[in-house]
Design a protein around this ligand. Structure first.
Ligand code: HPA
Ligand code: ZN
Length: 342
């Protein structure tokens, strides 16, 4: 049995604010002289009992509200990258939510400077590469999103793409068509959370109106056979987050998760952690616990790792290097078809 935690992998769906562990929340709150309305780390952690996406978002925005200085954003990001490296994450494409900080008076550049500094240090010290995906909060207005995009145009280093997160139902991709059009014209790639709590139609809108390169979550595509066929044919990657889906009650139990059915349907599914400090596991644990619950084979785990690099925004040469490494780990080059790469 393959040690899935040790497989080289890319993480493509992780919110940096969702990696904020209770211990670090308390440490930074104290440093900034902000009161946390919980008596202890344990009391805070025990409040992580969610009924749906919105009940999580309330706690998530409250937690991140203690972040104020570049050093805070540095510490948050550095802690995630250390943890990710321990799961053999070689490359991470990390979401951040600028509006959740600028609305509290934290300047855009304080957020990006702190995060980028940590990314640079981790690249040298841990050998892990990373890029950023700026997410618009879809429960805020399109005008607010456009303002954030303007800020990013003045400060765009390492921001490879824009995305869409926060409360999904009632905030369809169509609301942000103009913002995404502008982002693409300025050279950003696009992704969007779609089909987590929202219907399959939101996935179709994200593809047709926002021209996304990947769908984040996307698990509800399984309700629409013609959409599954389209996603398979067009090889649209889906950044699936199994433990998140259990905690936010998108699925009842991990054993019921559609991940294996998605692979069986020929979809380019990847496994990711979403908000690991809140959902009970980093990416390695998402692999190992999904493997146990769904009886994933070694070949399927290898496919998930391969898909993570294939779906990444890495340069072709670097991507191929990681794919080669995975091929060699899984039975050597002689037994692995490379017909698509020669
Ligand atoms: N869905 C939508 N918005 C989010 C999530 C999520 O899983 N995590 C952080 N913001
Ligand atoms: Zn997410």
């Amino acid at each position: 049995m393959l040690d899935a935690r040790a497989l080289p992998k890319a993480e493509l769906h992780v919110h940096i604010e969702g990696t904020f562990e209770p211990e670090l929340i308390f440490e930074i709150a104290e440093r900034n002289r902000i009161a946390v309305p919980y008596a202890s780390v344990e009391a805070l952690r025990s409040a992580y009992d969610f009924t749906d996406l919105q009940s999580f978002l309330n706690v998530y925005y409250a937690g991140m509200s203690v972040l104020r200085t570049e050093r805070d954003y540095y510490d948050l990001t550095a802690a995630y990258l250390r943890r990710a490296a321990a799961d053999n994450v070689r490359h991470a494409e990390i979401f951040f939510d600028p509006q959740a900080h600028t609305a509290r008076g934290v300047p855009f550049a304080v957020v990006t400077n702190g995060i980028r500094e940590a990314l640079g240090d981790a690249e040298h010290e841990l050998g892990i590469s990373a890029q950023l995906i700026l997410c618009f909060l879809r429960d805020q207005s399109a005008a607010s999103a456009m303002q954030v995009l303007e800020a990013a145009l003045r400060d765009r280093e390492r921001i490879v793409a824009v995305g869409l997160d926060s409360g999904e139902v009632g905030n369809p991709p169509s609301k942000f068509e103009r913002v995404f059009e502008r982002a693409r014209a300025e050279g950003f790639l696009t992704v969007a959370h779609a089909g987590e709590e929202g219907p399959p139609e939101y996935i179709i809108e994200a593809l047709d109106l926002l021209k996304v390169s990947r769908i984040d979550h996307g698990v509800r595509c399984m309700e629409d056979a013609s959409l599954v066929e389209r996603l398979r044919r067009e090889r649209v990657p889906l950044t699936v987050c199994p433990l998140s889906n259990v905690r936010l009650k998108v699925v009842r139990r991990l054993e019921d998760h559609p991940l294996k059915r998605m692979l069986d349907a020929g979809l380019v599914a990847t496994v990711n952690s979403d908000d690991p400090a809140y959902f009970g596991g980093y990416v390695g644990e998402n692999y190992t616990r999904s493997a146990a619950a769904l009886s994933l084979t070694d070949a399927e785990l290898g496919t998930l790792a391969r898909n993570s690099f294939q779906a990444s925004f890495l340069d072709t040469v670097v991507r191929e290097h990681y794919l080669e490494e995975l091929n060699e780990l899984q039975g050597g080059p002689a037994t692995v078809s490379r017909s698509s790469t020669v």
